[in-house]
Design a protein around this ligand. Structure first.
Ligand code: NAD
Length: 373
């Protein structure tokens, strides 16, 4: 049996035995009656998910991953391109009634086949579609960066809370055993208190006409898009929120990167005294996660891409099972929705990154250290 099958079987068995242990009168009490209704459906039926924006990430990563999920199933799509609607209808056997465009999107409220809406649009559109999805009564996964300002992030959190629905950010790495392990090293001080963190993420941005290079759609450049992984990692390795930031920006191609940043280097100071030195860049490929602590060190690389994650520590290799990141992430969220427990990557986590990103841009604009305390 594969790992997910084992988890699914174990979950089914424990739910059954829990339910068997409850008397009929207990299940009739208001506090527990939802269990009697929800449990049979939970055991047999995965939640339905609709992808909003059928671009590269939806097409090449999320839809294939949804062929491997246990607790969530692709049941809908939102696209402005009729040809894509026809293609996805056929390829994924989607009922025509479950495919929307951006104008008809709000009608998703009346569609019981769709429990979760996954926003996979350019960054500046995340807030609008997350809020509309929450208002339509759906749980939401929104891609990173959560939005282009803290103000928008807060509006998204408020809309989901008002709707009584969950909001998660597409931080897939949090659902991988390897990143969970380095979070544990920080939390449990496996190598003592962390002192220095070095994280960097980057790739070479190709097409000069892509939305990623247009500020009105991206909100920012390499930092927003890819540096956010390095930033997020420095926060989850230390388990702390930074108290100050200092940053510098560099451009080798001012024409291509007229509107957005090409390379940003920043330094964070954490309350414990730990410091992080990080890079987000569109100039070259880089994937680095390194931390050194009182009694040892750990590092991972490759560590932010979609494939296998490799890591080692001062005591030896990090040898943990590889998972399909997006399948693990979406199943993880579906389980939280079904069991009404908090997601490990809530909107608040997305907001914390955007708050630091805003401070990094402020530091570049002013040339000063920005206090976040
Ligand atoms: P993409 O350009 O391939 O797809 C964007 C989609 O949005 C396209 O289908 C496009 O038609 C649609 N769209 C709707 N209105 C648009 C408009 N006004 N301008 C441009 N496109 C519009 O981009 P992508 O790589 O799929 O990225 C989408 C989101 O997913 C981004 O927020 C990105 O940061 C995120 N992403 C996350 C990961 C990850 O590993 N978590 C990986 C890639 C992308």
């Amino acid at each position: 049996m594969k790992r997910l099958d084992l988890l699914f079987a174990a979950e089914k068995a424990s739910r059954r035995s829990f339910l068997r242990g409850l008397s009929a009168s207990a299940l009739a009490t208001p506090a527990l009656s939802w269990l009697a209704e929800a449990a049979p459906a939970q055991e047999t039926k995965p939640l339905g998910i609709a992808l909003v924006g059928l671009g590269s990430y939806s097409t090449n990563q999320l839809a294939p991953a949804l062929q491997q999920t246990k607790f969530v199933k692709l049941t809908g799509a939102v696209t402005g391109t009729p040809a894509k609607a026809a293609e996805w209808e056929k390829k994924y056997n989607l009922p025509r009634k479950n495919i929307y465009d951006y104008k008809t999107f709000d009608r998703i409220a009346d569609n019981p086949d769709i429990d979760i809406v996954y926003v996979v649009l350019p960054n500046a559109m995340h807030a609008e579609y997350t809020i509309r999805a929450a208002q339509a009564g759906k749980h939401v996964i929104c891609e990173k960066p959560m939005a282009v300002s803290v103000k928008e992030c807060q509006q998204m959190i408020d809309a989901s809370k008002k709707a009584g629905k969950q909001l998660a950010i597409g931080y897939r790495l949090h659902s991988t055993p390897q990143h969970q392990e380095v979070m544990r090293f920080g939390r449990e001080k496996t190598f003592g208190a962390i002192k220095i963190v070095e994280t960097s993420d980057g790739f070479r941005a190709g097409d000069p006409n892509q939305w990623r290079l247009k500020k009105s759609l991206s909100g920012g450049g390499a930092l927003m898009d890819i540096g956010i992984y390095a930033l997020n990692a420095s926060r989850y390795i230390t388990g702390e929120e930074p108290i100050s930031v200092w940053a510098q920006e560099f451009k080798t191609d001012p024409v291509k990167f007229k509107e957005v940043d090409e390379t940003i280097l920043w330094q964070l100071k954490f309350p414990s005294g730990a410091v992080a030195n990080s890079t987000g860049t569109y100039a070259a490929s880089v994937e680095r996660l390194f931390a050194t602590a009182e009694n040892g060190w750990f590092e991972m690389g490759p560590c932010y891409g979609y494939g296998a994650i490799k890591g080692r520590t001062s005591k030896g290799e990090i040898n943990l099972p590889q998972v399909v990141h997006q399948a693990a992430q979406m199943d993880d969220f579906a389980q939280c929705v079904r069991q009404n427990k908090p997601t490990r990557v809530p909107g608040e986590e997305g907001l914390k990154d955007v708050r630091v990103i805003e401070a990094i841009y402020r530091s570049i604009d002013t040339g000063k250290v920005i206090n976040l305390g």
